[in-house]
Design a protein around this ligand. Structure first.
Ligand code: BEZ
Length: 212
């Protein structure tokens, strides 16, 4: 098991998936990626999660994000369960699911938390940038299904702040005002943020979202 921190290169691996064997870094190619684990196949919350991700395909595509799921179940289980997800969630699973039966990837990404469950993966999420670096990590317990709208919202923030000298405030959504990062001087603001800005405090300066 390795400790993964923000800014680290996402560990590479090869794995069997429902869409064939992949080399993770090659599969990511030059785009963004989301690697997320779920505790087990044929479980209720996971069924709703994977159905939800399938329904958001266009949202992920529009952000140039590939999504891949993982649990320590077999390919055979994944394939059978996908039929149930499609039937019950009224969708078509359109992303690969890793069959991590030997827990190789789960251990590499520290997705098994023994004090929560010895055998099952927790609900981990890793967002990986085009530079293959980890940009975000989330960990949810088995009992709580994730909010994938939040994951899309975070990706909007990550993709914006990667290219503009802004950060996004609490509860920010795409299209809303952003915070100018503290390293930008007041003299630089007109050149960087021609739409203007409001100085609430010298350290709290807001500007319209720059990439719209
Ligand atoms: C679920 O996906 O519903 C689930 C999985 C493991 C434990 C509890 C719930």
């Amino acid at each position: 098991m390795s400790t993964i921190r923000l800014g680290d290169i996402a560990p590479n691996f090869t794995a069997n998936t429902t869409e064939g064997e992949i080399n993770f870094h090659e599969w990511l190619d030059a785009g963004w990626g989301v690697l997320f684990s779920h505790p087990a196949d044929y479980t209720p919350v996971c069924t709703t999660e994977l159905g939800t991700v399938a329904k958001y395909k266009l949202e992920f595509d529009n952000r140039n994000v590939k999504v891949i799921a993982l649990s320590v179940d077999s390919l055979e289980d994944h394939r059978g369960w996908i039929k149930d997800i499609n039937e019950t969630q009224h969708t078509t699973v359109n992303f690969p699911i890793i069959a991590d039966e030997d827990r190789k990837v789960a251990q590499l990404y520290d997705m098994i938390h023994p004090n929560a469950d010895d055998n099952a993966t927790v609900r981990s999420v890793f967002v990986i940038g085009p530079d293959k670096k980890v940009k975000l990590m989330l960990t949810y317990p088995a009992s709580t299904g994730r909010n994938f709208k939040e994951i899309l919202r975070v990706i909007d923030s990550l993709q914006l702040t990667a290219y503009h000298k802004v950060a996004t405030p609490a509860n920010w959504n795409n299209g809303e005002d952003c915070v100018i990062v503290p390293t930008v001087t007041n003299e630089e603001i007109p050149g960087l943020f021609p739409k203007g800005h409001v100085e609430v405090k010298p350290y709290l300066r807001l500007t319209p979202q720059p990439n719209l």
